[in-house]
Design a protein around this ligand. Sequence first.
Ligand code: FES
Length: 197
Amino acid sequence: MAKAEAQKEDPAVVAARRQVEQLREREKRARERAQLGGLWSRRDVFGRFAWSIFAGFSGLSLVAAIRSAFPRVLFVPPSTFKAGRPTDFAIGEVSEKFKKDQRVWIIRTEEGIYALFAKCTHLGCTPRWLTAENKFKCPCHGSGFYKTGINFEGPAPRPLERLRITKAEDGQLLIDKSVKYLYEKGDWSKPGAFLKV
Ligand code: FES
C-alpha cells in the first residue's frame, strides 16, 4: 500500500525534497568544518608542525653559534711557582707565605729546604702550623704532624706529602705541585723531595 503511494508521488516533489536534504547536509558539513577549523584544520596542523621544526632548528643553530663564540677552555692554574731565594727563609722556620695561595709550606733546616703540601692525609682539611707547639694540627679531627710532616696523633693514616722543590735558573726556589713524594713509599730520599742549600 505504502509502495503504491510512493509510486504515486510526484517526481518533481521527490527531486525538490532531495535538493533540500542535500542543501541541509552541505550546510551541516560546512558548520562542522567551521567548528573544527582554525587551529585544527589539516593545513594549519601541517603548517604549525613545519614552523615548529623550523623554529627548533633555528634555536639550536643559534645556541650552537653562541657557544662556539665562547670555546670551553679549562683554565688550570700552573702547577709550578717560584718561591723566592733560599736565603729568604730562616733556618728552622715554617713559612706560611704560600699557604693561602698555593697550599704549600716551605721549611728550611740546617741542611736544606723542603716543601710540604698543606692537605691533611685524613680527609683533606688544611692543618695549621702551631709555632708554640712545634707541630701541624688539623682542625677537623685533630690529627697532628711533626715539622717533618710525619703524623703522630689523630686519625691521619700517613704523613703529609712533600712537593718537588728545585732551583730555577735564576736561583729562585721552584715548587712543582704536580710531583708528590710520599714518605711511606720511600720517596723522601729522592732528589726533588729535599733541596740541599
Ligand atoms: S681531615 Fe684532618 S684529621 Fe680529619
